[in-house]
Ligand binder design. Structure first.
Ligand code: TTP
Ligand code: MG
Length: 377
C-alpha cells in the first residue's frame, strides 16, 4: 500500500517538478491582523485582542476577522459572530479592521519572502501566506533558510510566523499549522506517510464538514483510513474528487508553486442593520450589491458566466443558489434579474440577516472567445 502511494499515478504530469524531490515552504503569519495591532499598540501585548465588527456591547452584528492567541483561549475564532465573541470575553479589546495598514505590512512581508525564492517559484496564497520553492533537498539547509526568514520578519516587522517545509504544497501547508504560533516543522519525503497518517481527514484542504460526515459514515476518520481505503469505492462515491482525495491522503500533490494571477470570483456581502423579511428592503439591497459587484468585475477586466446568491437567516441558517448563463457577460440588469429570481424563494416569514452575491466562472474580457459576445450585444 505504502509503495503504491509513493508512485505518481498519472501520465500527464509536468516534466520538471513532478518526479524530482522538491523542497517547499509555506509561510503563514501568526494571528496576522491582531499581531499587527499589537505592534501598533504595544500595551495590547498579552491581552485578548479581537479584530472585527463593532461588538456594540453584545448587540453588534458582523463577525470576528481574527483574534490574538490569548482570545482564542476563550473559544473565540475567525468567522464567529462578534456578539458571541463579546459574550465569551467581554473584557477583550475589540478593534475595527484597519485593512489598509494590514495590506501595507503584507506587501513588505511578501517582498522579504520573494527574496528567498526564484522569481517563478513564489506563490502568494493570501494576505499573510505564501509558498516558496527553494533550491535544496537537504533538510538542514531548508531549516536554516526558514530560520533566516523568521528572523528577518521578526527583526523588520516585529511579527512571528509559522513555517511548514515539505516535498509538496500539501505537506508544507499541513506542516505549517502543526506548531503554530512561531512554529517550524520539517517533513522530509520519506516521513510524509508517518506524518499524515494519524491526522483527521479534515486536515486535507477541500475536505470540509460535509465530506467529513460522509467519510465518517464509511468508517474513514483519519488520513490513514482514507489512504488504505479501496480507491475504486472512493471514486464510485465521489467521482474524480474521490481519486484526488486518495492521492492527497497518500501525500501526493504535484501542483506547482506558481503565482496565480487569475481572478476566480468577485462578490459582495451585506449584513442588514436589522434582520428583515421586507421584500422591498431585500430587493433594493440586491440592486445595490449587484451594482457594486459588477463595478468590481469591470475593474478587474473580467466577464462572468455564473451568478450566485447567499442568504443567511436570523438563526444563521445559510443557503446558496447559483445560475449559469450560456455566454460571458458583464450586464448589470441581467445580474440583478437573476439574483432577484434566485432570492425570491427565500423571501417569506423568516427574517434575513445577510445577503451575499458572487460572480464566478470568470474570463478576461479581452480574449477572443468573450469579446465576440460583447461585440454582438
Ligand atoms: P489566517 O492566517 O487564517 O489567520 P491568522 O493569521 O489571524 O491566525 P493564524 O495564526 O491561525 O494563522 O488569516 C489571515 C488573516 O486573514 C487574519 O489575520 C484575518 C483575515 N481573516 C479574516 O478576515 N476572516 C477570516 O475568516 C479568516 C480565516 C481570516
Ligand atoms: Mg495566519
Amino acid at each position: 500500500m505504502a509503495r503504491n502511494c509513493a508512485i505518481p499515478k498519472r501520465a500527464d504530469k509536468p516534466p520538471d517538478s513532478s518526479y524530482g524531490t522538491r523542497t517547499i515552504l509555506l509561510v503563514d503569519m501568526d494571528g496576522f491582523f491582531s499581531s499587527i495591532e499589537m505592534v501598533e499598540h504595544p500595551e495590547l501585548v498579552g491581552l485578548p485582542v479581537v479584530v472585527g465588527a463593532d461588538p456594540k456591547e453584545g448587540t453588534g452584528r458582523g463577525v470576528v476577522s481574527t483574534c490574538s492567541y490569548e482570545a482564542r483561549d476563550y473559544g473565540i475564532h475567525s468567522g464567529m459572530p462578534i456578539s458571541k465573541a463579546y459574550r465569551l470575553c467581554p473584557d477583550a479589546r475589540f478593534l475595527p479592521v484597519a485593512m489598509a495598514l494590514y495590506q501595507m505590512v503584507s506587501g513588505r512581508i511578501m517582498k522579504i519572502l520573494r527574496s528567498y525564492a526564484p522569481v517563478d517559484k513564489f506563490q502568494k496564497v493570501s494576505i499573510d501566506e505564501a509558498f516558496l520553492e527553494i533550491k535544496t533537498d537537504d533538510s538542514a539547509d531548508a531549516t536554516l533558510i526558514a530560520r533566516s526568514i523568521k528572523e528577518e520578519i521578526l527583526e523588520k516587522e516585529k511579527l512571528t510566523c509559522s513555517i511548514g517545509i515539505g516535498p509538496n504544497k500539501l505537506v508544507a501547508k499541513i506542516a505549517s499549522d502543526v506548531e503554530k504560533p512561531d512554529g517550524l516543522t520539517v517533513v522530509m519525503s520519506g516521513e510524509v506517510q508517518e506524518f499524515l497518517d494519524p491526522m483527521p481527514v479534515t486536515k486535507i484542504p477541500g475536505i470540509g464538514k460535509k465530506t467529513e460526515k460522509t467519510l465518517k459514515s464509511m468508517g474513514i476518520e483519519t488520513i490513514r483510513n482514507l489512504r488504505t481505503y479501496d480507491v475504486r469505492k472512493l471514486v464510485s462515491g465521489f467521482g474524480k474528487w474521490g481519486h484526488q482525495m486518495h492521492d492527497l491522503a497518500c501525500g501526493i500533490d504535484e501542483s506547482e508553486v506558481k503565482e496565480d494571477f487569475t481572478v476566480k470570483s468577485v462578490g459582495r456581502e451585506l449584513t442588514f442593520d436589522e434582520d428583515t423579511s421586507d421584500p422591498r428592503v431585500i430587493l433594493d439591497s440586491i440592486d445595490a450589491l449587484a451594482g457594486e459587484t459588477i463595478a468590481a468585475l469591470i475593474e478587474t477586466g473580467y466577464l462572468f458566466r455564473t451568478v450566485s446568491v447567499k442568504v443567511r437567516f436570523e438563526d444563521f441558517d445559510t443557503h446558496t443558489r447559483a445560475r449559469s448563463i450560456g455566454f460571458m457577460s458583464s450586464d448589470l440588469k441581467l445580474v440583478a434579474d437573476i439574483l432577484k429570481e434566485l432570492v425570491s424563494e427565500f423571501i417569506g416569514e423568516k427574517k434575513i440577516r445577510l445577503i451575499g452575491v458572487r460572480l464566478s466562472n470568470l474570463r478576461k474580457a479581452d480574449t477572443r472567445q468573450t469579446s465576440i459576445y460583447e461585440f454582438i450585444r
